[in-house]
Design a binder for this molecule. Structure first.
Ligand code: BMA
Length: 408
């Protein structure tokens, strides 16, 4: 079990009050009671209050491993955060599909604690996702990460069922078209069936369903996706989210999902963050995505923006009994060699995050003619700093995550 500092007993630093009555009593038992009695009482009080602070997932029928994972994410929050990487095992900068390889592993000697994978194009029945990762390989990677004690999160850049174009086709009316009664509702349901079949096929060695942090319809406060603010009203978004979660949970009986509500970077208040929130029964994790785009300089907005967002989700997670996280994060090509310790590590201190996910090390993208990567690879200028970040007590990579037995 994990060691949440919020639940740690400060008794070790307190000078114990002497129980006057027992001063007259003699013998080893009484001496032990004198010494440990107050600690014992404190232990009971703290255990009760820590247990009371745990909150269940939004799915009342969540599987045992899923419930345990959720409780363990709550426990580790405040003590540290899982560090994750998208597509970590499939490819990196200058390599693809090499068994056991990962850019983060080559820099730190350890795998990330959290693996992000992407479902886009699965809903069309494709064999490869939109970034060319074969779904059969993805399934095997998911199982590998889980069996080693890591955590799985899935995003879904779903194609637009109304127009048949990709996720970035933000045509107005797209969401209304897929809701019950909409002209593309049946198309959407068929697509959900494919996603559900994939999720249902994620099984551990004992046949148990692998818990997944499912992050559908992400960056919803942005303008760029068909489920974003251009494509629907707040009520339509909520209906889309609720329909999807209900369909997977109730119709498909998937009880291995922790649901991640995920906004884009910019929101100015708690109300704005929650404007399209589907409700506490439909979310377990509240999160945002954030990227740094320009090199840090005086007045750079990335850190102040990050601080503000963290404060908002700290407060909301406490108020609504949810877990807070960063769904996607990065600084493409990491032009600042001390970015991980100077910008991220210091800014995260004092905030209550369960995990962060660095976006994918796509390498050279020939279509866009650009390099894309967010974790350093061996030999990169930020590799030494990333190793320092790895060694910080708060950052949790796979070995530590495995020792925490997050599913027990
Ligand atoms: C984006 C980019 C794209 C990719 C998409 C889905 O942020 O990395 O290249 O296709 O995510 O993974």
């Amino acid at each position: 079990m994990l060691n949440d500092p919020a639940c740690q007993i400060p008794a070790l630093n307190i000078s114990l009050p002497i129980n006057k009555q027992s001063e007259h009593l003699e013998g080893p038992i009484f001496n032990l009671m004198k010494l440990f009695g107050p600690i014992y009482i404190l232990l009971i009080i703290f255990t009760v209050s820590c247990t009371a602070r745990q909150f269940p997932p939004s799915d009342p029928e969540a599987s045992m491993e899923t419930v345990n994972l959720y409780y363990n994410l709550q426990k580790l929050t405040g003590r540290g955060y899982l560090v994750g990487h998208q597509d970590a095992l499939a490819y990196g900068v200058h390599w693809k599909y090499k068994a056991g390889k990962s850019d983060i592993m080559e820099v730190t000697g350890d795998y990330p604690a959290l693996y992000g994978w992407e479902l886009g194009d699965l809903e069309l029945g494709a064999a490869l996702n939109l970034d060319s990762v074969p779904f059969d390989k993805m399934k095997a990677y998911i199982r590998q990460g889980y069996e080693r004690g890591g955590v799985i999160t899935l995003s879904w850049h779903a194609n637009n069922p109304m127009t048949g174009k990709n996720a970035w086709d933000a045509a107005p009316g797209s969401v209304a078209a897929v809701l019950p009664g909409g002209v593309k509702h049946q198309t959407f349901v068929k697509q959900l069936d494919r996603v559900a079949a994939f999720l249902a096929g994620l099984k551990g060695a004992k046949g148990e369903a692998i818990p997944v942090l499912f992050r559908p319809f992400h960056e919803l406060t942005g303008t760029w996706f068909w489920w974003g603010i251009k494509g629907c009203s707040p009520d339509e978004y909520k209906s889309l989210f609720r329909f999807t979660v209900d369909y997977l949970r109730k119709k498909k009986q998937l009880h291995n999902l922790l649901i991640v509500y995920n906004t884009a970077n910019e929101f100015k208040s708690k109300d704005e963050f929650l404007l399209r929130y589907p409700g506490d029964e439909y979310a377990d994790i509240i999160s945002f995505d954030i990227y740094q785009h320009v090199k840090q300089g005086a007045g750079d907005s990335f850190i102040s923006n990050l601080k503000f967002n963290l404060t908002v989700i700290d407060e909301l997670a406490a108020e609504r009994k949810k877990v807070a996280a960063i769904g996607e994060l990065g600084f493409n090509q990491i032009p600042d060699p001390e970015w991980f310790t100077n910008s991220l590590y210091t800014t995260f201190r004092g905030h209550r995050l369960a995990y962060i996910l660095l976006w994918r090390n796509a390498g050279y993208k020939s279509k866009e003619k650009e390099m894309e990567y967010y974790a350093p690879y061996k030999g990169h200028a930020a590799a030494a700093d990333f190793f320092k970040f790895y060694r910080m007590p708060e950052t949790i990579f796979e070995k530590e995550a495995a020792s925490m037995q997050l599913y027990k």
